[in-house]
Design a protein around this ligand. Sequence first.
Ligand code: GCO
Length: 448
Amino acid sequence: MGDVKRTSLPHDFLWGVSTSSYQIEGAAQADGRGPSVWDAYCRVLGHVANSDTGDVACDHYHRYREDIALMKDIGVGAYRFSVSWPRVLPTGRGQANEAGLAFYDRLIDGLLAAKIEPWLCLYHWDLPQVLQDQGGWLNRDIAGWFGDYAQLIATRFGDRVGRFATFNEPSVFTLFGYGFAWHPPGATDPAGLYKATHHVNLAHGAGVDALRTYSPSALVGAIHNMQPVRPVSRTVADEAAATLLDEHWNKVFPEAQILGRYPPMLARAIEPYMQPGDLARICRQPDWFGVNHYSPVYAKADANAPLGFAWADAPADVPRSPIGWQMDPAAFRDTLIDVHRRYRLPIYVLENGAGAVEKPDAAGVIDDRERVGYLSDYTDALREAIAAGADVRGYFVWSLLDNFEWGAGYDNRFGLFYVDYQTQRRIPKASARWYAQLIRSERTGVAR
Ligand code: GCO
């Protein structure tokens, strides 16, 4: 792909890194933070590998200054993080927790001082447990609760934050939480899934309205995992499974939010939970489209699964990352081109990266060449997408730090920086140096 490397990126192309609150902050009991659904879910045996929890995580709550310094060292122009709803509103709504808000003030001010643009996501899955106790995403009132939370955040931080996202990967937390019981609340309840899906979309609409009202200059969007869904075989049943998973995974949120419609199969399933005017409450033209992408996914029919389909393994012979995820940069390129054609919005890749089970060698070095290979191939694919006309304006690596990888606990590491959880020491991996070099060469126009 020699020519591809010379494809020039827009001069203001944004290089960044991403994290999320529950995965890195720790300080679960500090300064009045309330419990989230993940705190509760982690405590049930069997939910998370090694019974890991986010109680301490990377202790970013106390070490954010050091983490900003790491970002500055790499030279990123932007940092995407999420606010922990229960840290700023321990009871979900009503009285705000000043100490929690003050943490994000310090973080944002530190980023701005380091000339790193803060990108703030309102929801990366850590719903206040008290709201779960009132029905959580099954309670239609949650759209209003989310709107009030968005108002608080816009009012408090809108003077310094210019980019807001409502939700991170709504399809993942709804499908895993209500379809497969892999995330809180651990349900396998198709009716609950359809209802929760619709209520998340209503909350998105309410959130966008609040952000735009209380922070009028903000540029607002949402972050969607977009991955081609492939049938594991060419049978009619597996093809139908892939089409249905594709509606859940790639369509039911962005199509409702941007095009004002539900995809055909899910439109029928969601219909009973809709009220007149709902799609008009959901549909808002965003300012940008956030894409998270790692690999294609495979679907198969499964008559015993609650939704009639199941995840399937990728074919045995495909290239894989160290934790077994398929590596297919062409699928990334095609996804970006497809998102561009469908939505015609500025695209920011807000997550891409590779997981590994790794540790420093005897010399204390983490030579993560597989991750470097992955990032190199995927950023080349991004250039190809741009050369083909996709309006991609930024790319953020997942993740700055190794962190709490949901059901996999701390075993799977995605960081550019290794975290020694015993000492909380951060160690740059080879990929951190590679990324710094990439950013530097793009900035100075030096050919790679
Ligand atoms: C997300 C992701 C992250 C994961 C990452 C690696 O939704 O943003 O799930 O939180 O850590 O995708 O799996």
